[in-house]
Design a protein around this ligand. Structure first.
Ligand SMILES: *Cc1c(COP(=O)(O)O)cnc(C)c1O
Length: 369
């Protein structure tokens, strides 16, 4: 029998284990009071979230996807408009643009930090460009400040897709608070994971905030009076109460992610390709990526040692079959090269430092064999 423990890519249950009793008590309160939407926990979560990011307003929504859609609609973006984004992200980023009726335009990524940069965005700007959706991929900051400098004089909005980057900062500023609007996801595996689906849209612009609030309630302007085409995009009260619990306990998990990431960097730097933080960046790793020539051989060898790995993302958007018609003849060499070489190794708050040493050593041994 092989008694070796397995190292999983995520540990969703582990984060909830110490919170089960408190979670039960909150759910019971809500069941007794019957306030299932727009209740006091939702308000407390929104206020605590805005405070933790040092941003003016936060609006709880049903998912990161609906958050991105609502951010675009709050900016009045739709048919005839272009939105520039990355080809390397979760599919929701580009789906939100298409669902809003706008045209997605892809710009290539930077080979070091894996995000968009002013250099790749600039040649894609046209008279129709209304916004850029910048993804802070795997919790690593993309250069949002430099991109704002490029976009602001042209009146183009920056939406930060910080769905993977809650808790990460650049130059002391929280990601999601730098652009016009920031969007977060509380999908269970994200840095701040809920017990199901949830999201948050943040902004310091009062008018955009009130538009988000209205659009997530079918465009409600006053009670039972509807003034815009919106969706049912609010967050459930039980979800808000549980995410609030995770927010209260977030610091220790964040420290663990930082420590494990630092350890991996120390052990692997110079030996394999890594996703590299830019100047002033304080990443909070959602996933830890390495770049490999022989990805499949190494995946198999690590699996035999009980180390689970992931491939995020195997295809850039312009190579995903149902999206290909939107991007005919698109060539984005850095994204394509990353998609065919990237591999994620385990990094989650349930791990000990010894687990990271074990995983990194196994990776290095496999590379040499
Ligand atoms: C998870 C994720 C989303 C979508 O969030 P959901 O809550 O799953 O809808 C959007 N963008 C990125 C980069 C994500 O990782």
């Amino acid at each position: 029998m092989n008694a070796q423990k397995t190292l999983t890519l995520f540990d969703v249950q582990g984060s909830w284990r110490p919170l089960v009793n408190k979670a039960k008590a909150r759910i019971e309160t809500i069941l007794q009071e019957g306030r299932f939407v727009l209740g006091p926990f939702t308000q407390e979560l929104e206020e605590g979230f805005a405070r933790s990011l040092d941003v003016g307003h936060a609006s709880a929504v049903s998912s990161g996807t609906s958050g991105l859609y609502l951010a675009l609609k709050a900016l009045d973006i739709g048919p005839g408009d272009e939105v520039i984004t990355t080809p390397m992200s979760f599919i929701a980023t580009v789906h939100a643009i298409l669902l809003a009726g706008a045209r997605p335009v892809l710009a290539d990524i930077d080979p070091k930090h894996f995000g968009l940069s002013p250099e790749t965005i600039a040649p894609k700007i046209t008279q129709r460009t209304r916004a850029v959706i910048l993804v802070h991929l795997f919790g690593n900051p993309a250069p949002a400040e430099e991109i704002v400098e490029l976009l602001a004089p042209k009146g183009i909005a920056l939406i930060e897709d910080a769905c993977q980057a809650f808790g990460a900062k650049r130059n002391g500023k929280s990601l999601g608070s730098i652009g016009t609007l920031g969007v977060f996801s509380f999908y269970p595996t994200k840095n701040l994971g809920g017990a199901g689906d949830g999201g948050m849209v943040v902004t310091s612009d009062e008018i955009l905030h009130s538009r988000i609030r209205s659009l997530k309630l079918h465009g409600e302007a006053a009670e039972r009076s509807f003034g815009a085409l919106g969706i049912n995009g609010r967050m459930d009260e039980i979800q808000a109460a549980l995410i609030l619990l995770r927010l209260e306990e977030f610091e220790s998990e964040a420290k663990k992610r930082v420590t494990l990431g630092r350890l991996y960097r120390e052990m692997l730097e110079g030996l394999v390709g890594l996703q590299t933080p830019i100047e002033g960046a304080e990443p909070l790793w959602h996933l830890f990526s390495v770049r490999l020539q022989e990805r499949e051989r190494i995946r198999d060898a690590l699996a035999l040692r009980g180390i689970q790995t992931g491939v995020y993302y195997p295809l850039p958007f312009h190579k995903v079959p149902h999206l290909m018609p939107y991007f005919p003849d698109e060539r984005l060499e850095t994204a394509e090269a990353l998609a065919s070489s990237v591999l994620q190794i385990p990094l989650h708050p349930g791990m000990e430092e010894a687990d990271a040493v074990f995983a990194a050593s196994a990776l290095l041994a496999t590379l040499r064999s």
